[in-house]
Ligand binder design. Structure first.
Ligand code: MN3
Length: 249
């Protein structure tokens, strides 16, 4: 299924390629295929991003079944409900998800809570999947490591502080590593699907502490889940996000 934006891009590519070009042929086939498929539930401008690895890539730390349900059901539901929330407001659907969540206070009050919850859920999970790797970089490097050592003395000092907040976090929510407006690193716990972007922070790493993220494998053993999280967290990605955050602030 193509989103409206993809459809526009595809149409533009077809025009650019011309009627005899190879790209135009491929486009024709794709259009025919998608025309025969049933319309998905709550289709709209926002789409579920694919996982950047196989569902079992993070085994044994994150099991395939949890990944499948977490991504394919939970994240998909946030996307579907976000599409419902913007269905009557096409101008909101045209926004980038980060801009939409950054400007939550400008969203009409009637749909603000739905967008905060489901838009936040979509954005948070999109940031979550992309920070892991099968063979991750297990230690921060570069400017990020310097900043961590300045703020938390050592890399392990940071981890200890983060684990403590994540372990003690009460109820559904996320614990984030963010960069604040003064370009300082902070650890922030936020409830539900609230996003650091709505509070003026730039998130660079996060742990999902909703039970759906770990209960199937770890049940009430949250500490083991947090430990597993750090086994697959790719500090190379976190460093890239940190460098980008410094430029954007
Ligand atoms: Mn989740």
């Amino acid at each position: 299924m193509m989103t409206r934006r993809q459809a526009i891009t595809t149409a533009a590519l077809a025009l650019a390629a011309g009627a005899s070009g190879q790209a135009a042929e491929i486009t024709t086939v794709k259009t025919k295929e998608s025309a025969t498929r049933p319309a998905p539930v709550a289709a709209g401008p926002f789409t579920l991003p694919e996982l950047p690895y196989a569902v079992d890539a993070l085994e044994p730390h994150f099991d395939a079944k949890t990944m499948e349900i977490h991504h394919g059901k939970h994240h998909a539901a946030y996307v579907a409900n976000l599409n419902k929330a913007v269905a009557s407001q096409p101008e909101l659907g045209r926004k980038d998800i980060v801009d939409l969540i950054k400007g939550l206070d400008k969203v009409p009050e009637t749909s603000r809570l739905a967008i905060r919850n489901h838009g936040g859920g979509h954005l948070n999970h999109s940031l979550f999947w992309t920070q892991f790797a099968k063979e991750p970089q297990v230690h921060a490097r570069g400017e990020l490591n310097i900043a961590i050592e300045q703020r938390y003395n050592t890399f392990d000092g940071f981890k200890k502080a983060f684990v403590e907040v994540a372990t003690l976090w009460f109820g559904s929510g996320w614990v984030w590593m963010v960069v604040d407006k003064s370009k300082r690193l902070r650890i922030e716990g936020l409830p539900n699907q609230d996003s650091p972007y709505s509070k003026g922070f730039v998130p660079i790493m996060a742990i999902d502490l909703w039970e759906h993220a770990y209960y199937l494998k770890y049940q009430n053993r949250r500490v083991e889940y947090i430990d597993a999280f750090f086994k697959v967290l790719d500090w190379g990605v976190v460093r890239e996000r940190y460098d980008a955050a410094l430029k954007s602030l």
